[in-house]
Design a binder for this molecule. Structure first.
Ligand SMILES: Cc1cc2nc3c(=O)[nH]c(=O)nc-3n(C[C@H](O)[C@H](O)[C@H](O)COP(=O)(O)OP(=O)(O)OC[C@H]3O[C@@H](n4cnc5c(N)ncnc54)[C@H](O)[C@@H]3O)c2cc1C
Length: 405
């Protein structure tokens, strides 16, 4: 890209994260073709992230973590994704789950402390298992068909099936949503790997993000203690009723998703640019980079990437530095993901056109980038829901303005 690599580094801490992730991404890029071909999970990449201390990036400093905010997480995630989108997406869910609980805790203190310590001390990974075959995307408000029943021993027994559980082969803790029969509402439980009745069904065999291990999770009478129930937080007296309408008090952490897809598209743009500079067919005096229609496409990729990066980092910075502004930022964060998705889909398409027929080859990484970005459409927020929410917000604001005039 035309901006220098460290353009978004504010300080030495950012430069450290960029150096670490850039070095790791080189190894990830070498392994990515094999994991993509086999649909295997890149455990060795996670081991390297763990050894580098990256898995504690968003854990609060008081627990031995990096205490990173959204900006630094986004910086690292974009850089990792240039090496391997699947690994970056997987680790992004872990950083996000911890970061948003660190900034805006909704779980009981003991559960939070355990998760923070496990991540800081041993790089134990966590992610949510919320999607289901019958419910689809949980963002649409469907009740989980996974059921949790309280026993007379004071424990909970959970039965159901989850889909799209990213990083399932590596997770130490699954945040499982279920309909708590006794509470008559949706609840979340922390379920540890190895709990009897819990198993990963290796079903993930998709067009893109093939190395993300987004398998099914099967819960067959999984018994957990009452302390595993983290949401609703029964220790909290007043839940924040307006949070959902405003996009949630932790909406900014969702920026880990556009960061990953931007990283993949950037890798595609860099690859196509490098290819164009080096490709010298004997019908030309120089490289294809000098051909007018290729030049236009190379410029167009930059034109699409620059504002997408700018929006991502502008929102990340504002989120970190201006807590009072967060309440109004949910819509903008959702819009950022849509803007980024439009840009990255266009960029990988241009990159394929620039490279030509060779871009179809499995020997080159471009066709993988092309497939991987497609998955972003199906990560939250979903486009139609985000547009409807934006429209409602705009209309509501206009109505308020008209009344005030
Ligand atoms: C790479 C990847 C990683 C993921 N990781 C995770 C993860 O770690 N944990 C997790 O829980 N989930 C994860 N997901 C799942 C994701 O969040 C969605 O649940 C999943 O993509 C299915 O959502 P959907 O809207 O496409 O499907 P569905 O909900 O089945 O919808 C199918 C179609 O119908 C439309 N539709 C359905 N219901 C409605 C409605 N009520 N109103 C309007 N339109 C509707 C949708 O727009 C869509 O076009 C992941 C998905 C991907 C692709």
């Amino acid at each position: 890209m035309v901006l220098p690599d460290d353009f978004y580094c504010r300080d030495d801490g950012d430069r450290d994260v960029l150096r670490t992730t850039a070095a790791l991404a080189r190894g990830f890029a070498e392994r990515a073709p094999a994991h993509d071909r086999d649909g295997s999970f890149p455990h060795e990449n996670v081991a390297e992230l763990r050894a580098a201390g990256y898995l504690r990036l968003t854990v609060p400093q008081a627990y031995g973590g990096g205490g990173a905010g959204v900006w630094r997480m986004v910086l690292g995630q974009e850089r990792l994704a240039r090496g391997d989108g699947s690994t970056a997406l997987a680790v992004g869910w872990h950083l996000y789950t911890i970061g948003k609980q660190a900034q805006c805790p909704t779980w009981p203190k003991e559960a939070l402390e355990r998760v923070f310590r496990d991540a800081a001390d041993s790089g134990a990974c966590i992610n949510a298992a919320v999607s289901e075959p019958q419910t689809g995307s949980p963002s649409r408000g469907g009740r989980p068909t996974t059921l949790a029943r309280r026993t007379d021993r004071g424990t909970w027994v959970i039965t159901g099936r989850k889909t799209f559980t990213t990083m399932a082969p590596e997770l130490a803790t699954f945040v499982v949503s279920a309909t708590a029969v006794d509470l008559e509402r949706t609840a979340s439980f922390l379920v540890a790997r190895g709990t009897p009745g819990l198993r990963v069904a290796e079903t993930w065999d998709s067009l893109g993000m093939r190395g993300s291990g987004s398998h099914d999770l099967v819960l067959d009478g999984v018994e957990v203690p009452d302390s595993a129930l983290v949401e609703p937080n029964l220790q909290q007296s007043a839940p924040d009723a307006g949070a959902e309408v405003r996009g949630g008090p932790s909406a900014g952490w969702n920026l880990h998703i556009p960061a990953v897809y931007l990283g993949i598209a950037r890798a595609a743009a860099d690859f196509a640019t490098c290819y164009a500079v080096q490709r010298r067919p004997n019908s030309l005096q120089g490289s294809i980079a000098e051909v007018p229609h290729i030049e236009q496409k190379l410029g167009e990729m930059q034109r699409l990437l620059l504002p997408a990066y700018n929006l991502l980092f502008t929102l990340a910075r504002r989120w970190d530095e201006d807590p009072p502004a967060r309440a109004a930022m949910g819509g903008a964060v959702s819009a950022c993901k849509l803007v980024v998705m439009d840009a990255v889909l266009a960029v990988v398409d241009l990159a394929m056109r620039i490279v030509g027929g060779a871009g179809l080859s499995r020997k080159l990484p471009l066709e993988r980038y092309y497939r991987d970005v497609r998955a972003g459409l199906h990560n939250p927020p979903m486009e139609d829901a985000a547009l409807a929410a934006l429209a409602r917000q705009a209309v509501k604001q206009m109505e308020a303005e008209l009344v005030a005039r």
